[in-house]
Design a protein around this ligand. Sequence first.
Ligand SMILES: Cc1cc2nc3c(=O)[nH]c(=O)nc-3n(C[C@H](O)[C@H](O)[C@H](O)COP(=O)(O)OP(=O)(O)OC[C@H]3O[C@@H](n4cnc5c(N)ncnc54)[C@H](O)[C@@H]3O)c2cc1C
Length: 80
Amino acid sequence: MFDEILDVDGFAWTGQDWIRGSFGSPPLGGGWMVREWSLPERHLHFAGDFTSLKTGRVEGAIESGLRGARQIEPDAAPVG
Ligand SMILES: Cc1cc2nc3c(=O)[nH]c(=O)nc-3n(C[C@H](O)[C@H](O)[C@H](O)COP(=O)(O)OP(=O)(O)OC[C@H]3O[C@@H](n4cnc5c(N)ncnc54)[C@H](O)[C@@H]3O)c2cc1C
């Protein structure tokens, strides 16, 4: 697997004048918020890391996208 990595690069978030901060997350005991945020509102569906229990991680963002797609189309599957 590691021989598939062609290049890597580093990025210092703290050195970015316009960012400086970090990712957010619900407060301790706020799992219910995540469940609420992942519920559709009529025809509106929500995705994003904050609608998953893996808030603040790309993995959560991807999972939430799949979950949102399956709320619309239960048989939705990743492409590729
Ligand atoms: C400093 C920092 C370090 C991080 N480090 C890591 C790490 O090492 N590993 C890791 O897995 N995750 C890390 N994360 C978290 C990761 O970046 C997020 O979990 C991920 O980017 C969330 O993806 P998302 O698609 O949910 O939201 P985002 O990537 O935030 O995408 C939301 C998009 O919606 C756009 N948008 C917002 N409002 C509107 C609007 N009204 N109309 C149109 N577009 C709009 C925004 O411009 C943005 O492009 C880090 C985050 C930060 C801030």
